[in-house]
Design a protein around this ligand. Structure first.
Ligand code: ATP
Ligand code: MG
Length: 147
């Protein structure tokens, strides 16, 4: 399997609950490498832009409100099959349906307040990483990926 990068967010609900450290520990235990990390407060514009793909959905305004309700931790993760690996660690979108042992099952509340975000494909990963990080902020600990 190819080495990939993915983009992750520890969402405001998890930061507020003080479980960001537990989530980071699970990332490290999983073998995924943390290449970049920052704690930031998303602006309304920033959250709208990030989730623009959902702008026509009925939950969009609530989602923007939630994502700006407090600081988030943004991360770049790298590893073999990192995109799927991270989504498997998160579990399904709805925390109430997410099994125990997954991040959303253990730390999320419902379909909206679900503790973490993860990119869903290589192209979205690239876009999302560049939305939050400059190239100089990413620590390339492994060999450079082909463009
Ligand atoms: P994410 O993109 O955050 O990793 P996802 O890919 O599992 O989550 P998406 O369908 O992309 O799910 O939804 C983006 C986010 O919008 C969800 O993580 C959740 O916070 C929120 N969301 C999704 N569906 C609903 C819904 N029906 N009602 C309220 N919020 C929702
Ligand atoms: Mg998504």
């Amino acid at each position: 399997m190819a080495v990939e990068r993915t983009f992750a967010i520890i969402k405001p609900d998890a930061v507020k609950k003080k479980v960001a450290g537990q989530i980071l520990a699970r990332i490290e235990a999983s073998g995924l490498e943390i290449l970049a990390m920052k704690k930031i407060q998303l602006s309304e514009q920033g959250a709208k832009g990030f989730y623009a793909v959902h702008k026509a959905r009925p939950f969009f305004a609530d989602l923007v409100q939630f994502m700006t309700s407090g600081p988030v931790v943004a991360l770049v993760l790298e590893g073999e099959g990192a995109i799927k690996k991270w989504r498997d660690l998160m579990g399904p979108t709805n925390s109430q349906q997410a099994p125990k042992g997954t991040l959303r099952g253990d730390f999320g509340t419902d379909v909206e307040q679900n503790a973490t975000h993860g990119s869903d494909a290589p192209e979205t990963a690239r876009l999302e990483i560049s939305y939050f990080f400059n190239a100089s902020e990413i620590c390339a600990v492994t060999e450079a990926l082909p463009a």
